[in-house]
Design a protein around this ligand. Structure first.
Ligand SMILES: C[S@@+](CC[C@H](N)C(=O)[O-])C[C@H]1O[C@@H](n2cnc3c(N)ncnc32)[C@H](O)[C@@H]1O
Length: 199
């Protein structure tokens, strides 16, 4: 069984140091527009979910995805407590590689969760299908992937990304993400497959 961070550890970090170390809205703001449909994959206790909800606003939607119910419950409660987090919330419990969701995503965040995923090929297949293909003046959907460099080496990060790049996702390096390796993966216009289905 893959190691998964316990909720109390993630919550402790969120409640103590994290908010002092970086501003999640500032990090995500350049990548998200009001009204977007976005997902926080491996959302943990919701540190970034709140920021995403504030950014997409009441016309937007945030899918909160986690394999642990305790994480999901806390992330939802945290968004619901925040008066500025007005987006529609869709909590999804499960392994991201096995998800089916309706429609496409404009943006997905995978923050410090990739090293916990065993079925990496399944994850990238899902993501390639879920990101909006773009076209007709709309940019393709994109996903910000971050991993903590304190316990994930650059080589390990690259090996985990490789199957996603083989699927045709395009890659852009992102600088300055707190203590992290970071890349943006985007659907190439017209290449996103219909890997999603109506519930
Ligand atoms: C280290 S925590 C990071 C949480 C959050 N993204 C953050 O930055 O605070 C990793 C989270 O990913 C979730 N996770 C790990 N593997 C997963 C998978 N295959 N599908 C869905 N969630 C997963 C864990 O349950 C955990 O909540």
């Amino acid at each position: 069984m893959a190691h998964r961070a316990p909720w109390w550890l993630v919550e402790f970090f969120d409640r103590t140091l994290r908010g002092l170390l970086y501003d999640a809205e500032r990090l995500l703001g350049p990548h998200v527009r009001p009204g977007d449909r976005v997902a926080d994959i491996g959302c943990g206790t919701g540190f970034h979910s709140v920021a995403l909800s504030r950014l997409v606003g009441a016309e937007g939607e945030v899918l909160l995805v986690d394999a642990q119910q305790a994480m999901l419950d806390r992330a939802v409660a945290r968004c619901e407590r925040d008066p500025r987090a007005t987006a529609r919330l869709t909590p999804v419990l499960g392994d991201v590689g096995a998800l089916t969701i309706a429609g496409h995503l404009d943006f997905a965040l995978l923050s410090w969760m990739l090293h916990e995923v065993r079925d990496v090929a399944g994850l990238w297949r899902w993501l390639a299908g879920a990101l909006a293909p773009g076209g007709c003046g709309q940019p393709p959907g994109s996903a910000l992937i971050t991993e903590p460099w304190l316990h994930v080496s650059r080589g390990h990060f690259e090996r985990k990304l490789a199957p996603g790049l083989e699927l045709g996702l395009s890659r852009r390096h992102i600088d300055g993400v707190f203590f992290s390796h970071a890349v943006m993966l985007s659907a190439r216009e017209g290449t996103s497959r219909a890997g999603t289905s109506e519930p």
